[in-house]
Design a protein around this ligand. Structure first.
Ligand code: 13P
Length: 251
C-alpha cells in the first residue's frame, strides 16, 4: 500500500550552518519517536552531503530541489542527478511551480530530468498544479492532467511506480490560502483516476499523492484525513522543527 510522506521543501532558505542545525534538530526530535509517515527534507544542493551526514537517513530522507536535464558535461552551473545521488540523497523535487514559472522549465525538460533521476536511483517528487486563473475558469483538472501526461506518461509502469506526486495549487503556495480539504481531495481523487486509466488500479493505488500550499500544523490533520491525500510538501512550515513536527505528527 502507498506510503504517507511529509516532505519539507526549504527552497532558497538557510545557509549551510543553519541548514545543518535544522536537520540535526529534526533528527533529535524524531530520535525516540515512532511516526506514521516517511519524513523527507528538501535542501539546497550545497547542503545535501552535510545534511545526509547529520541525520539518521533511516528516519529522514534527504532530497534535492532540482537536477539537470543532461547527464554530464559542459553545462556550467548545473548539478546532475548522478551528483545528487552521490551525496546520499534519495529524492529530488522536480517540476515545482517556481521552477516552471521563474526558470522556464518545460514539460520536455522535466521529462528528461525525471528519466535521469530514475536512472540514478532517485525518487522524483513531481509537482503539478494550476494557477488561480486556471481554477477560476474551470480548467484546473485539464491543466493538472496535461502536466502529468506531458512529463510522466511515457514512463514504463515499473518506472511510474517509483514516482511520488505533489499537487500544489499555485494560488495556495506561500499565500496562506490553503486549498480546502474538499478541494484537495477532489483533485487528488481526479489524479488517481487519471493514473488508473493509464497504469491500472494497482499502480494508482500505490502512488503517494502529496498536497502542498500553505499546509501547516493547523490544517494538516484535516488535509491528511482525506482518503487520497497521502501527505504534504511543506514550504514555510518546514523551516522550523516547532512548526514541522506537528505536521509529521498529524498522521
Ligand atoms: P508553502 O508551504 O510555503 O506554501 O510552500 C509550499 C511549497 O511550495 C512546497 O513545495
Amino acid at each position: 500500500m502507498r506510503k504517507n510522506i511529509v516532505a519539507g521543501n526549504w527552497k532558497m532558505n538557510k545557509n549551510l550552518q543553519e541548514g545543518i542545525e535544522l536537520a540535526k534538530e529534526l533528527n533529535e526530535a524524531l530520535k525516540n519517536k515512532t511516526v506514521n509517515c516517511d519524513v523527507v527534507i528538501g535542501t539546497p544542493f550545497i547542503h545535501l552531503a552535510s545534511v545526509v551526514n547529520s541525520v539518521d537517513t533511516n528516519k529522514i530522507g534527504v532530497s534535492a530541489q532540482n537536477c539537470a536535464d543532461k547527464e554530464s558535461g559542459a553545462y556550467t552551473g548545473e548539478v546532475s542527478a548522478a551528483m545528487v545521488a552521490s551525496t546520499g540523497a534519495k529524492y529530488v523535487i522536480l517540476g515545482h511551480s517556481e521552477r516552471r514559472a521563474y526558470y522556464r522549465e518545460t514539460p520536455e525538460t522535466l521529462k528528461e530530468k525525471v528519466k535521469l533521476a530514475l536512472a540514478n536511483g532517485l525518487t522524483p517528487i513531481f509537482c503539478i498544479g494550476e494557477v488561480l486563473e486556471e481554477r477560476e475558469s474551470g480548467k484546473h483538472f485539464d491543466v493538472v492532467k496535461s502536466q502529468i501526461e506531458a512529463s510522466l506518461f511515457d514512463l514504463s509502469p515499473a518506472d511510474f511506480g517509483k514516482i511520488v506526486l505533489a499537487y500544489e495549487p499555485v494560488w495556495a503556495i506561500g499565500t496562506g490560502k490553503t486549498a480546502t480539504a474538499g478541494q484537495a481531495q477532489e483533485m487528488h481523487a481526479f489524479i488517481r483516476k487519471t493514473l488508473v486509466e493509464k497504469y491500472g488500479k494497482e499502480i494508482a493505488d500505490n502512488t503517494s499523492i502529496l498536497y502542498g500550499g500553505s499546509a501547516n500544523a493547523g490544517n494538516a490533520k484535516e488535509l491528511f484525513s482525506n482518503p487520497d491525500v497521502d501527505g504534504g510538501l511543506i514550504g514555510g512550515a518546514s523551516l522550523g522543527v516547532d512548526k514541522f513536527m506537528p505536521i509529521i505528527e498529524a498522521f
